[in-house]
Ligand binder design. Sequence first.
Ligand code: NDP
Length: 273
Amino acid sequence: MTDRYAVIGNPIAHSKSPLIHAEFALQTGQDISYTALLATRESFVSTVMDFIGQGGKGMNVTIPFKEQAWKYLATDILPRAASARAVNTLIFKEGKVIGDNTDGVGLLRDIEVNLGFPVADKRVLLMGAGGAARGVLPELLHRRPATLTIVNRNINRARELTDWFTEWRNLRVSDYPGLSGGEYDLLINATSSSMNDELPPLPTGIFGLRALAYDLVYGKGLTPFLQFAQEHGVAKLADGFGMLVEQAAESFLIWRGVRPDTRPVIAMLKGKE
Ligand code: NDP
């Protein structure tokens, strides 16, 4: 019997998850199907329940339902999803709906393993305070950076994010002008600015020597943020394809007990860009 999985979101037509999981299944010899499901805020829970009723084994949850899945759907929340307050992976098992979050570990695997850039003791700048920033913040903190600064246009959203992590003394909040005079080793653009070809209002002089500039957005080539970093001497640039594939691999591991090789899949996606 083929085990059924799906990704649910809105919009969902252009999701790369079905392609990624098909590649993983082929590579590991797992007998699964993986489809994309469109839902509205109103139909989200019933669409998931219908899928469970049809024998579904697990699901990925994407924009804009990660918070809804954490709040209203999962009967059991695993620690990674609890600290992110968002669910991107569901496991349907023995009548339970178990919620996990693989976004943070996906980003960190890409940065540390694929790009060979350890986060410990680095000065990290996390741009944005939306769902993506929330998903990756706990995992970033666990790597014990020297400092972690969250910057957001709406500074209150950034403050709200840090309210959950008061035990981390090296966690700071700033507005964009307040970044002037500081330098960072790892700069992560977790805003949606690149989707609109916009550059967050970053001051100059913020890139440390041998810095890595990472944009979570993928499929946009050299985004305004990556271009800005390049123009200011940064040689290490990365987009979000690696994170996308790594978070999928972590979900696949949870569901199937086998970790796929992500490198050929990242290369395939980048080649299609
Ligand atoms: P949200 O809508 O929840 O948050 C958007 C954030 O971007 C807010 O902090 C907002 O700031 C900020 N922002 C938007 N435009 C600008 C701008 N021009 N300048 C500065 N800040 C700006 O989005 P998400 O957090 O869910 O997603 C962010 C991006 O991350 C998405 O574009 C998505 O593609 C990407 N992503 C990639 C993943 C991957 O696997 N590679 C996984 C998840 C997300 P403010 O609050 O001030 O309005």
